[in-house]
Design a protein around this ligand. Structure first.
Ligand SMILES: C[S@@+](CC[C@H](N)C(=O)[O-])C[C@H]1O[C@@H](n2cnc3c(N)ncnc32)[C@H](O)[C@@H]1O
Length: 350
């Protein structure tokens, strides 16, 4: 299914994909020390369906949480997938186990009505956001920019699911560049398997019925994790033949993150997957070459007419209009437009 499901999700605003408990456990085990004494908010979560609610309520004591708040969107029925058939919504507050059985019993969970539909942007949901310390959820992909901007605006800590393509968004890239947000540990094999409520969900290969596989899905966080301080082992040496320079910018092309040369001090263009290995002690992020405004400000020379003509002869005009100001290189006499490069520089050891 690869990215088709996600692209369709963005286009049709199909946001009803549910995260599996095993994926939540797999990621959150790396953050345990952050939760002691904290209020966690899951603000895109039907509590009885969301495995986020399940994870935090059952691990409440083990994590030493202070409070768990979960809001659902346009739904008052706790036992069904969000059908968006009700304008009113509820939120749940759980303050931990009181009867000693270490299980969140229904009478221990406070159920409250919201005035509106539970939209994370509504004033009453923002009030709940203000009461919380750490936000953990898989928000709707179609509202990801607004979702992240709101978290940053209110200075919240977060662990959220999103697509790695979101790093190119103008609202998101500066956060990555300025070390205000980074990739978490990730999904096994680089793809998430979500539970889908859509009846037309394909059952690809040997995946279970009702599951959708989406590649490129990652966890984003601003909580400290060991992973981002592990150095990428660099084993290749720079040669101009292996690492050609762009024709219109003073940087070299590195088409695989693992092949970043250990001895090149200048600017390098790397694929977005680099961010999964990014260690801010080792590298500095300079800019996003998919952002034409950045390209202009950084002095990327626009393609000349001769280059455009050569591309036309090569038959890839479809890309040219959008990429007139982007990076290109000449390889074996052909114009090559690398896909979505991030410009980085190695930090030289102190
Ligand atoms: C990708 S699903 C993930 C659900 C759940 N967090 C999980 O991971 O299992 C996104 C959820 O956000 C809800 N949602 C959509 N628009 C919303 C909004 N404006 N405010 C709050 N929640 C919203 C959808 O109903 C959906 O349940």
């Amino acid at each position: 299914m690869a990215n088709k499901g996600l692209n369709d999700a963005r286009q049709n605003k199909k946001d009803e994909f549910y995260t599996q408990l095993s994926d939540i456990q797999n990621e959150l085990r790396h953050y345990k020390e952050h939760f002691r004494g904290k209020t966690v908010l899951c603000n895109c979560d039907d509590p009885r369906v969301s495995m986020f609610f399940h994870y935090f309520s059952y691990n409440f004591e083990a994590l030493g949480l202070k409070r768990l708040i979960t809001t659902c969107y346009k739904n008052q029925d706790r036992d069904l997938f969000s059908r968006h058939d009700c304008e009113r919504a509820i939120y749940l507050v759980y303050d931990g186990d009181h009867n000693g059985n270490r299980v969140p019993d229904p009478e221990e969970i406070g159920i409250h009505e919201l005035q509106g539909n539970g939209d994370f942007r509504s004033p009453e949901c923002i009030e709940l956001l203000k009461q919380s310390d750490i936000v953990v959820t898989n928000p709707p992909f179609s509202l990801f920019r607004e979702y992240v901007s709101q978290l940053v605006h209110f200075g919240k800590q977060f662990i959220i699911v999103g697509h790695q393509n979101a790093v190119s968004y103008k609202e998101v890239f500066p956060l990555i560049k300025n070390n205000q947000m980074w990739f978490g540990y990730g999904f096994p094999g680089g793809a998430a398997h979500f539970i889908s409520r859509y009846e037309d969900t394909a059952t690809a290969g040997n995946h279970k019925k009702g599951m959708i596989r989406v590649s490129g899905v990652v966890w984003f966080t601003n909580l400290e994790i060991q992973k981002r301080h592990e150095p990428l082992i660099l084993y290749r040496n720079y040669t101009p033949e292996d690492y050609p320079s762009y024709a219109n910018f003073d940087a070299i092309e590195v088409d695989k993150t693992d092949e970043i040369p250990c001895d090149y001090d200048g600017l390098m263009g790397v694929p977005k997957s680099f961010l999964d290995k990014y260690n801010p002690d080792q590298f500095e992020i300079i800019g996003n070459a998919s952002d034409m405004d950045w390209c202009r400000s950084a002095g990327v020379a626009p393609m000349g007419q001769e280059t455009i003509d050569r591309l036309r002869q090569q038959g890839n005009m479809a890309h040219v209009t959008a990429k007139m100001n982007s990076l290109y290189l000449v390889r074996d006499g052909k114009i090559v437009l690398p896909y979505a490069r991030i410009i980085i520089r190695r930090r030289t050891p102190a």
